[in-house]
Design a protein around this ligand. Sequence first.
Ligand SMILES: O=C(O)C1=C[C@@H](OP(=O)(O)O)[C@@H](O)[C@H](O)C1
Ligand SMILES: C=C(OP(=O)(O)O)C(=O)O
Length: 458
Amino acid sequence: MLSIQKGVRGLAGMVTAPASKPHTQRALVTGALARSGTSTVTNAAWSRETRLLLAGLNQFGATSTVDGDRASITVDPDAASASPIRKVDVAGSAFTLRVLGVLAAVSGGTTHFRATRGMMNRPVAKHLGALTHQLGAVLSTYGTDSEYAISIKGRGRRCDQQATHVIDTVDSSQLVTALMLSAPFISEELRMRAATRRVVGAPYIALTREVLGALGVSTGLAHSAQHGWEWSAAAEPGGYPASAYQIATDFTSITYFAVVAAAGEAGKHEVVVKNFTLSGLESEDLFFRAIAKLGIGAVYDPDELTLRLRRTGYPSEPVVIDGSDVPTAVTSLAAIAAYSRGAVTVVNCGHVNNHKTRRVELIVETLARMGFDICEVRDHRGAVIGFHTEPLNGAPRGGIVIGDDGDHRILLPAMAAAVGASNPVGFSDLHSLIDSFPEFVEQLEALGAVVDRTQTSS
Ligand SMILES: O=C(O)C1=C[C@@H](OP(=O)(O)O)[C@@H](O)[C@H](O)C1
Ligand SMILES: C=C(OP(=O)(O)O)C(=O)O
């Protein structure tokens, strides 16, 4: 348990952010799926999720060494690429399960995965099962009180599939990414189609295409009235060329610093993120544009590699933001909106409720308990599609204890929001910090937050 409150010197200072988790994940996967040779990943983001992914890839036959923030992954073409002998632990990471799940489907034997029980409530195994079936594999699941077990009987590493794979994209973009990443073991001309009209998380599919493009894989995206969204990937059978990857800064971690800037005073406080490199994700750009509407300026200096975040003012009119393509930033946007002294509505982000927790509902509940004026927005059928905030009279009162729901995307923005509250906010469990930003508490202190660790137990 620790508590967070505003320090006397206000909210300003210099911080650093971790490297990008999605970029690191893709580099680790394509490095491990090289035909042969050693790939290096420099400035890798080490968190529980990326370490588990690398451990899983090693179980599929890659060999890796980690030295500080650098990983070297070696693929020996003579080593048997059999299925893992031991259970592969994916914990609460749907990305890891989806990507390694497709890899298991195109492997020779049966792979057993272990996930947290929370994974049972997410639309992961259902859609992964439908996809692996199309690949000629069989998925089965088994839930106990302590874990969720998923087994996939693979069909072997062949590159001869002619079919167009139909993928559910209404809940997550990650299956398209997962399938595309395994392209060298599926088809020389891999074809995919979205099962429905709606595709969530499209910027992350674009990121996958960008990573594959740099490896010489030509990918395509098309949309037609008859077929909806379609993707293709033409990869050389047998794997990717080994490569050297340099990982950019994690844009989602920046969103927590933007919450701190939102809690600061206009024209007075500035959060400077040093060693910042733009990730190029469309979500990053969309996020900066959204916070500009809420009175938060983000100025990037590519020579100094600094990003300066500060409150420039407050919106003078009601603001509506489309949250479709900023899935990881929705919970931070809620806190920034809640500090914006205006009426703000964020819509089209109900899919974020398919993530580690029902994120939209949980962030609304958490911020409301802190004293913000925020509520859910529902569609005509009653489904949550976003949230709405109203101006606050003064600072939120704080003075509560926030428990752990195991979701870093709730904990981190809530900690950042706590720095502007009138009373300290307690956090009883910090375990989920290690999923993406283990050093966050120290970074908050660097910005002037007062952290009381006297009751720390985790
Ligand atoms: O491919 C990726 O790296 C991700 C895709 C998105 O997932 P969804 O499409 O499931 O939202 C995003 O929210 C997640 O944090 C990372
Ligand atoms: C990508 C994330 O999670 P998942 O892979 O579990 O959807 C996340 O929480 O950042």
